[in-house]
Design a protein around this ligand. Structure first.
Ligand SMILES: Cc1ncc(COP(=O)(O)O)c(C=O)c1O
Length: 392
């Protein structure tokens, strides 16, 4: 028999936005490394790299200590330098643009499409000029970008394609894994991503040269991680190494990837089926020929009488953790002086209306029903209260 859903806010549901899918496997794996005495980058890192490279379908994978480090090293490896322009969506986490700026590059922000959260291929062409060197694609919250059109534009204009695949491990486009399309791609293993190492990231590429450059840069610019004395410092680099403890956790997580994707997609399909019947909400479309990993689940308020933030406030007060959707980089304090007047209507639509609902692999259907029920209730309450009067 179906359990009754609590009607009042007297019993808070306490459903988090996300929760990593961890078990004893990760504990055992980390403990084994701790007991081995070799904690820094070693065999476990190499094993983790091999597993991910094989899965995504690229020749080289280089593990680093965050997705942000991966982006910075990837851009240095494709030789983005002072004065070079790089086109990217503003609808992303700041790390996407920060990495370009820290290389001396100049982001050029393009809008996302009307139906989703990835860069609009139609917005790319008009932004290209003689200083444009690269194109950063973000497979945002696991939705694959329209790679066919993007790759053909990049080829036409001689631009290096860099995939920010921080959120999209396991997402595919025309049967190919995201992270395998560009000259170089970057993953994140932050706990909000599909698999986690606590903090961590990876650079993926088919190019031996890019792979070697990234390996060198992550380890102080030393030519060979195992025998640094033999080559010395070839170029100024960083210490962006991942530890074997983290890699062991990553390997255990990787073993669950198939299951994680199955559970995420099942829950997302259920949200889609039920929420598509609510006229006050709008759901982004899945890009044609793509399979999202549903790293996050975003919906948008479609009824202008409903205040999105007040709706989130009501959900939160009832124990359902919700968050506003992605806020545009070009309006962040670090970017607003230079880019504040750029017109990006769809990016602003998403920033204004979108919000994230809880979704994590261990979420039960009962928990999901509580989220849906509370959402319907909160929409009704907000609609009645109308805008400013809507209680937070
Ligand atoms: C699109 C995107 N790129 C890059 C990053 C940075 O990854 P990390 O947090 O591992 O540095 C994130 C993290 O949220 C992200 O969402």
């Amino acid at each position: 028999m179906k359990k009754a859903i609590p009607e009042s806010s007297a019993v808070p549901a306490r459903i988090p936005l996300c929760k990593p899918y961890l078990s004893q496997d990760e504990e055992i794996a980390a403990l084994e490394v701790l007991r081995s005495g070799w904690l820094m980058q070693g065999e476990k890192v190499s094993d983790f790299e091999r597993l991910v490279a094989g899965y995504v379908g690229v020749n080289y994978a280089v593990a680093v200590n965050s997705g942000t480090s991966a982006l910075l090293l990837a851009l240095l490896a494709v030789n983005l330098k002072a004065g070079d322009k790089i086109i990217m969506p503003s609808h992303s986490f700041v790390a996407t643009a920060n990495s370009a700026v820290l290389c001396g590059g100049e982001p050029v922000f393009a809008d996302i499409g009307q139906n989703g959260y990835t860069i609009d291929p139609a917005a790319i062409g008009p932004a290209i000029d003689s200083q444009m060197r690269a194109l950063m694609v973000v497979h945002q919250i696991g939705y694959a970008a329209e790679m066919d059109r993007i790759l053909s534009l990049a080829r036409q204009h001689g631009l290096a394609v860099v995939e920010d695949a921080a959120c999209s491990l396991g997402s595919s486009y025309r049967g190919r894994q995201t992270g395998s399309f560009g000259e170089v791609a970057c993953l994140s293993f932050h706990p909000r991503k599909v698999i986690t190492t606590g903090e961590g990231g990876m650079v993926l590429t088919d190019s031996e040269e890019i792979g070697q450059t990234v390996r060198c840069l992550r380890n102080h610019g030393l030519g060979d991680a195992r025998t640094p004395a033999s080559t010395g410092c070839l170029r100024p680099g960083f210490n962006y190494r991942l530890t074997d403890v983290q890699a062991a956790i990553g390997i255990a997580q990787f073993g669950k990837l198939h299951e994680i994707l199955r559970l995420r997609r099942r829950l997302a399909a259920r949200y889609r089926e039920i929420l598509s019947g609510i006229s006050a909400l709008w759901l982004p479309a899945e890009v044609e020929h793509s399979m999202p990993n549903y790293q996050s689940f975003a919906v948008e308020v479609a009824d202008t009488s409903i205040d999105r933030d007040a709706l989130i406030g009501r959900m939160t007060a009832r124990g359902i953790e919700c968050r506003p959707g992605i806020q545009p980089i070009h309006l962040e304090p670090a970017y607003a002086d230079k880019y504040g007047n750029v017109r990006l209507p769809e990016t602003m639509r998403a920033a204004r209306n979108s919000f994230f609902l809880p979704l994590y692999p261990a979420m039960t259907e009962e928990e999901q029903d509580i989220v849906i029920h509370t959402l319907k209730d909160s929409l009704n309450a907000c609609r009645k209260a109308k805008g400013a009067q809507c209680a937070r």
